[in-house]
Design a protein around this ligand. Structure first.
Ligand code: ATP
Ligand code: MG
Ligand code: FE
Length: 339
């Protein structure tokens, strides 16, 4: 089984070819950092236009890398949401055109399902159910992954996502965009105990997250301390919160066979190390995809497509792009609305 995957929900345009037995035959990615950097964040209109320009050449390059043609593909999987709607529409309509041209099924993939199943692309031994900490630029959730298309949300953020907090902290400290890797690098030279910062919701009964107060505290403390100390103290606070909340969710997910982390923030070394220790304490397996598979890419979309195709889940060509699409409401695909 060979799946072509397309991703265009934020500021990464990507195309990949992945087989049903977990071989990534090609994965191509075009970032847009330079186009967005002057604005200190992703500008939706600039992103959508960049996806239009980048996607077709990326698909051609991925097919060439893999040494296959469109006719060899068994299905086309494209991100159908959630994300910046202009970009999502570009990727989905391209996926529809390619699927139609090839006479192969279309699979409309929830970007979050791409993140959620990416650990199974990285690790063939990871079975269901598993407890997933999904930490990305737009989301911070704890999910019980019961199977393909079966997600039970145990917790979410009541304000900002963890990745968003990394990006804002980088902006406050003048470390540039995107912020996560810059904060992680700056934190290496800093003292994680130097700056007093809050741990929002730590110890609260429900395993939800909150990062707005932490971000505000970073803004207050930044002028008073060296940037490296602020970065290190911020990262330590985020890790503390993620650990505490995940520990709480574990008490409610006794059936989970593994602790799994995915999404862009899962690329962070301190986050990974802390979660690995927590899993060890509880006698659970720990799985984290390699860093390139944590941040946005099309291999995870192709893999989610492979998992859905194997489960018999394909979509009609009139499936709609969605700016919002909660992962635990998989059935809610909208037909015939525009794209
Ligand atoms: P979503 O998946 O929620 O729709 P997104 O697709 O924009 O959002 P991802 O690409 O999954 O998000 O993740 C990007 C986020 O991950 C950014 O906020 C970025 O700062 C963060 N990130 C990337 N690398 C690291 C790192 N090494 N440490 C911390 N954060 C990181
Ligand atoms: Mg990005
Ligand atoms: Fe993402």
């Amino acid at each position: 089984m060979l799946i072509l995957g397309l991703e265009s929900s934020c500021d990464e345009t990507a195309a990949a070819l992945v087989t049903g037995d977990r071989q990534v035959l090609a994965h191509r990615l075009a970032g847009q950092e330079a186009a967005h950097r002057p604005f200190g964040g992703v500008v939706p209109e600039i992103a959508a236009r960049a996806h239009v320009e980048a996607l077709e050449p990326l698909v051609a390059a991925a097919l060439a890398d893999a040494g296959v043609t469109l006719a060899d593909v068994d299905a086309v999987a494209a991100t159908a949401g959630p994300g910046l709607i202009g970009g999502v529409m570009v990727g989905l309509v391209t996926g529809k055109a390619l699927a139609h041209a090839a006479g192969k099924p279309l699979i409309a993939v929830n970007h979050l399902e791409g993140h959620a199943l990416s650990p199974r692309l990285a690790d063939a031994d990871l079975g269901f159910p598993y407890l997933l900490l999904l930490v990305s630029g737009g989301h911070c959730q704890l999910l019980l992954v019961e199977g393909v298309a079966h997600y039970r949300r145990l917790a979410t953020t009541i304000d900002d996502a963890a990745g968003e907090a990394f990006d804002k902290t980088a902006k406050i400290l003048g470390l540039g965009f995107p912020g996560g890797p810059a904060v992680e690098a700056a934190a290496r030279d800093g003292d994680p105990r130097a700056v007093p910062l809050p741990r929002p919701l730590k110890g609260s009964v429900e395993p939800h997250f909150s990062f707005a107060g932490l971000k505000a505290a970073v803004a207050r403390m930044a002028p008073l301390h060296p940037a490296a100390d602020v970065a290190a103290s911020f990262q330590a606070a985020v890790v503390d919160c993620l650990l505490d909340r995940t520990r709480r969710a574990m008490d409610r997910a006794a059936e989970a066979t593994a602790l799994v982390v995915a999404g862009g923030v899962a690329a962070n070394g301190a986050v990974r190390a802390a979660l690995e220790r927590l899993a060890g304490e509880r006698g659970l397996r720990f799985v984290a995809p390699p860093a390139w598979l944590c941040t946005d890419n099309a291999a995870m979309i192709a893999w989610a497509g492979a998992e859905r195709l194997a489960a018999g889940l394909t979509d009609p060509l009139d499936v709609a792009a969605r700016a919002r699409w909660p992962l635990d409401r998989d059935a809610e695909k909208v037909r015939g609305a525009g794209v």
